[in-house]
Design a protein around this ligand. Structure first.
Ligand code: PLP
Length: 287
């Protein structure tokens, strides 16, 4: 069976799925997106993803003419049609198709596309043992990175630099402060305190980040949402990152320097237990 995609109300083979070349997402990056994890056929944290999508659309004044209920049904329909139990679903909403002009077009309806891709979440549990390395890169993105737009060129270049350096991720640094990764949120642990950059306009408010904060609080762990410097990260006891596709991974090297013991630490292990238990609670998925 060919892989299937969703385009403006229709499910069709991925190879036949397309948007007009004057889609504003292509020409201007005038589009927002979400990526959700699907495990055991169930979407993890669907409601918070929907809330973030609606907020991003509102921030940019993009009108998506489909209510949450039907959107949820369409997403589930696409997942079921592809028949993948473990996958990620990508949803993108652009301002629509119109003659190229920077100002918003008058009546163009938004374009909604969705794709799914198989994903091996069990690899993230294996990486929990080995840990991953990050490099640092300057954060040269625009001033509203809290909006999840498809304008990801700085993120793309940072991730490619990480790949070329043999690292998993690039941490984006501005004025000595570690903001987040190119597609993940960044965390350190010092003296038992779990530290991550506060939300606002300088980071993407990650769904996995939010979930981890809630789980940590419920387990009586101390979380500090405050900026931290690269020097602090290098002197931290532990470090880690979170995202939809990497719910929690220990960062054991930063720019080639070992973090703490250079291997997975006790706080990250405890948090990983909380995170993966929550996945099991919501979806029933266990490795
Ligand atoms: C820049 C950036 N930060 C953080 C994240 C993590 O967000 P989430 O936990 O919602 O996947 C992402 C996810 O794509 C991202 O692109």
């Amino acid at each position: 069976m060919p892989q299937l995609a969703y385009v403006n109300g229709r499910i069709l083979p991925l190879a036949d799925a397309s948007l007009h070349i004057e889609d504003r997402g292509t020409q201007f990056g005038d589009a927002v997106y979400e990526v959700c994890a699907v495990m055991n056929g169930r979407i993890l944290d669907w409601d918070p993803h929907l809330v973030r999508l609606r907020r991003n659309l509102a921030e940019l004044g993009i009108v998506l003419d489909i209510a949450d209920g039907p959107l949820t049904l369409q997403a589930r329909r696409l997942i079921a049609a592809n028949g993948y139990a473990e996958c990620i679903i990508y949803m993108q909403v652009s301002r629509g198709t119109a003659k190229r002009d920077h100002a918003f077009p008058g009546a163009a309806p938004a374009n909604l596309v969705m794709t799914v891709r198989r994903f091996d979440f069990a690899q993230r549990l294996r990486q929990l043992e080995t840990g991953i390395a990050v490099i640092t890169q300057p954060d040269n993105r625009w001033g509203r990175v809290d909006i999840k737009t498809t304008g990801l060129l700085p993120n793309v270049l940072a991730k490619q630099a990480a790949k070329q350096a043999g690292a998993f991720e690039a941490w984006l640094v501005s004025d000595e402060t570690v903001r987040e990764g190119s597609s993940t949120n960044a965390w350190i642990v010092k003296d038992g305190r779990i530290i991550t950059h506060p939300t606002g306009t300088a980071i993407l408010p990650g769904i996995a980040r939010d979930s981890l904060i809630r789980l940590a609080h419920a387990a009586q762990l101390v979380v500090e949402e405050r900026p931290f410097t690269l020097a602090e990260a290098l002197a931290a006891d532990e470090a880690f990152l979170t995202s939809t596709t990497a719910p929690i991974l220990p960062v054991v090297r930063i720019d080639g320097t070992a973090v703490g013991s250079g291997s997975t630490g006790p706080v990250v292990r405890r948090l990983a237990e909380l995170v993966w238990n929550e996945v099991a609670r919501q979806t029933g998925w266990r490795a």
